[in-house]
Design a protein around this ligand. Structure first.
Ligand code: PMV
Length: 356
């Protein structure tokens, strides 16, 4: 499929509403570096989560003469001016693929199930839930649209808002980016993996909140800095190799090699940040203290837990469901002291967005 396949032209004026809840995701093989319109420089793969979600409700109607803007936006029942630039850009992109959106007004209300300003990025869950609502808007004028196309285009639109958001539409494991090893993979949208061992379908993710502050360097700038990073080509090569390796690991339930590759990916992502020009560090001293504790805990016992990081200081602990009690005790006894306000979020792998 190419970008033009996603253009739907209609002159119909429609009214209606839509509500979706969509989860966040955590990358196992990381996307870092992009070109053009949020196209990834390397393929990535992620676990779709289930409890860290955004719920978005959209009411749409034909635009009236006195509507200055084409949307209103409430986050947790209050106006959020700081989100407007991102939503403006998103609508600008969406209108290329659903031109009739220009002639409509969208009343958007969003809320997160995880605490706002917990340091957990909400762009994946918020952009994917909004993209799904906009697909319901398209469906009003295009009722014959197939379920499979609906989901692909929702992922395509979500990507235009925030790259990794395209991996939040479905679950439990989704790849994004062209790879010879993954059938049906695409640069344009996320594709759920068909064959996954059951151990990974119920994998747990305990998110340790190390620092709640907004990160000092945005993901957009981080991606941009990859353009001049002298190690970028090697990183893209490594990610492609890891995408190949992890396929078999996920299919066979090879937890031991899963740990090796996932931790290496987390550190490689942060190594890219440290080697960018200008360089930056998003990990905090407590991030390293937790990593050290996790490695010792794993080596001393028989619990196959590993850590990963997104573009921030918080730690995601990934482990099979049967170890949940041991890990909760470990967190309480040894890790909470490194978390801001003793906070962590308990999440697990999920199936993707659902309509409300
Ligand atoms: O989707 P963005 O532009 O916020 O970038 C996400 C980048 C990482 O979270 C660091 C990695 C990933 O693949 O999700």
């Amino acid at each position: 499929m190419n970008e033009n396949d996603f253009i739907f032209k209609s002159s119909k004026l429609v009214s209606g509403s839509s509500s979706w809840e969509s989860p966040s995701n955590i990358a196992l093989i990381k996307y870092w570096g992009k070109y053009k319109n949020q196209l990834p420089k390397n393929p990535s793969i992620s676990f779709t989560l289930s409890k860290s979600k955004t719920i978005t409700k959209v009411r749409f109607r034909p635009k009236k003469k006195d509507d200055i803007n084409n949307y209103s936006f409430l986050f947790n029942n209050s106006t959020k001016q700081s989100f407007h630039k991102k939503i403006d850009n998103f609508f600008y992109e969406v209108e290329k693929y659903i031109p009739s959106a220009k002639h409509h007004f969208f009343e958007i209300e969003s809320e997160n199930t995880f605490p706002h300003s917990s340091g957990i990025a909400s762009s994946a869950s918020s952009m994917s839930s909004l993209a799904l609502c906009l697909m319901d808007f398209e469906k009003k004028s295009n009722p014959k649209i197939s379920k499979s196309f609906f989901l692909k285009k929702a992922s395509f639109l979500a990507r235009l808002g925030s790259g990794s958001a395209c991996r939040s539409i479905q679950g439990p494991v989704v790849s994004w980016g062209q790879s010879e090893f993954y059938k049906n993979s695409s640069q344009l949208f996320g594709t759920p993996l068909k064959k996954i061992d059951k151990v990974f379908k119920s994998y747990q993710d305990s998110i340790l909140i190390i620092d709640k502050q907004e990160k000092k360097v945005s993901s957009s700038l981080g991606h941009k800095l990859m353009e001049s990073n002298p190690y970028a080509e090697n990183r893209f090569f490594q990610a492609n190799k890891n995408i190949d390796t992890i396929k078999n690991i996920l299919e066979t339930g090879d937890v031991k090699n899963f740990i090796k590759i996932v931790e290496s990916e987390a550190l490689s992502l942060h190594a890219m940040m440290m080697i960018s020009s200008p360089s930056f560090i998003l990990m905090k001293p407590n991030t390293l203290s937790v990593i050290d504790k996790v490695i010792k805990f794993r080596n001393n016992g028989s619990v196959p837990v590993c850590y990963t990081l997104d573009a921030g200081s918080n730690i995601h602990l990934l482990y099979p469901k049967k170890y949940i009690n041991k890990i909760q005790t470990f967190i309480t006894n040894e890790l909470l002291e490194f978390c801001q306000s003793d906070e962590f979020i308990h999440d697990e792998v999920g199936i993707g967005a659902i309509i409300i």
